[in-house]
Design a protein around this ligand. Structure first.
Ligand code: KIV
Length: 303
């Protein structure tokens, strides 16, 4: 049977977003939308919301695992969470973050671990933090057939070496270094770059300097796309809210209210009500009541 135009369109819209789509978006001046997810429900919701890229970020260490930073996140943690997100996302491109020390010790180790994120986790591409110093690593991973997204500016895995979670590139030398980092990643074959916590004019210069898409988080509006940590954006993470985050919802109080209501209703026995309970055929109940084994346990009106 011949397909209608709408069915054809729907089929097309179900197609997975590719690197080519992301790079074309920059050429077409269309903003790229990226958010984080760490499990099946959030992967599904991000996909349903129509975002282009879902990042399974090592920020999961902080917003899901309750760690103080991202350094403690392991390869096994990442694979576990990537797998869950992959089950929820049909269309969005999935980026798997390479955790601290999974790519820092040797290029061989980096290729093996990038391969594990793809083969065992199922992500489409990997992301790693670092500029010029990691360009050879990026080049080797790309040559092994694994697409890489770079990450420069504030790099949370090495935040202590950078003096904390601070804005980067504020003086000329530091700004030039970040531009050079971005250029080195482009030359190494990265398909896109995240730029985190830099002054807005620097974000714009970087996006104009490299041809690959530059996705900003705290890098101003004149970059090629924006990424936020979903748990920050919907008010699920309680410890701090970085200045560059806009909270589009406040989910925590809604969840806490629901949990309190459950507590209250169970305590006062208004939950479960009859509509949440299952009945049993009368004759089965009668027989149970008659049986010696259970009769003492069953409350009856005539007892
Ligand atoms: O891990 C993460 O969520 C990230 C974003 C901050 C870009 O790297």
């Amino acid at each position: 049977m011949k397909k209608t135009i709408l069915q054809e369109k729907n089929k097309m819209s179900e197609k997975k977003i590719t690197i080519q789509n992301i790079q074309q978006a920059k050429k077409d001046n269309k903003k790229i939308i990226m958010v984080t997810a760490y499990d099946y429900p959030f992967g599904l919701m991000a996909d349903q919301a129509g975002v282009d890229i879902v990042l399974v970020g090592d920020s999961l260490g902080m917003v899901v695992m309750g760690l103080d930073g991202t350094v403690g996140v392991t390869m096994d943690n990442m694979i576990h969470h990537i797998k869950a997100v992959v089950r929820g996302c049909k269309k969005a491109m999935i980026v798997g973050d390479m955790p601290f020390m999974s790519y820092n010790t040797s290029i061989r180790e980096a290729i093996i671990n990038a391969g594990r994120l793809m083969k065992e986790g199922g992500c489409d591409v990997v992301k790693l933090e670092g500029g010029i110093d990691f360009a050879p690593t990026v080049e080797a991973i790309v040559k092994a057939g694994i697409p890489v997204q770079g990450h420069v500016g504030l790099t949370p895995q090495t935040a202590s070496a950078l003096g904390g979670f601070k804005i980067q590139g504020k003086n000329t030398q530091a700004a030039k270094r970040i531009i050079d980092d971005a250029k080195a990643l482009e030359h190494a074959g990265a398909f896109s770059i995240i730029v985190e916590a830099v002054p807005a004019p620097l974000g714009e210069i970087i996006a104009q300097t490299v041809r690959i898409p530059v996705i900003g988080i705290g890098a101003g509006s004149q970059v090629d796309g924006q990424v936020l940590v979903t748990h920050d954006m919907v008010g699920l993470f309680d410890k701090f809210v970085p200045r560059f985050v806009k909270q589009y919802a406040q989910i925590r109080p809604i969840i806490i209210d629901a949990l309190k209501a459950f507590k209250e209703e169970v305590s006062t026995q208004s939950f479960p009500a009859s509509e949440h309970s299952f009945s049993m055929p009368d004759n089965t109940l009668e027989e149970l009541k008659k049986s010696k084994r259970f009769s003492s346990l069953i409350k009856t009106e005539d007892k």
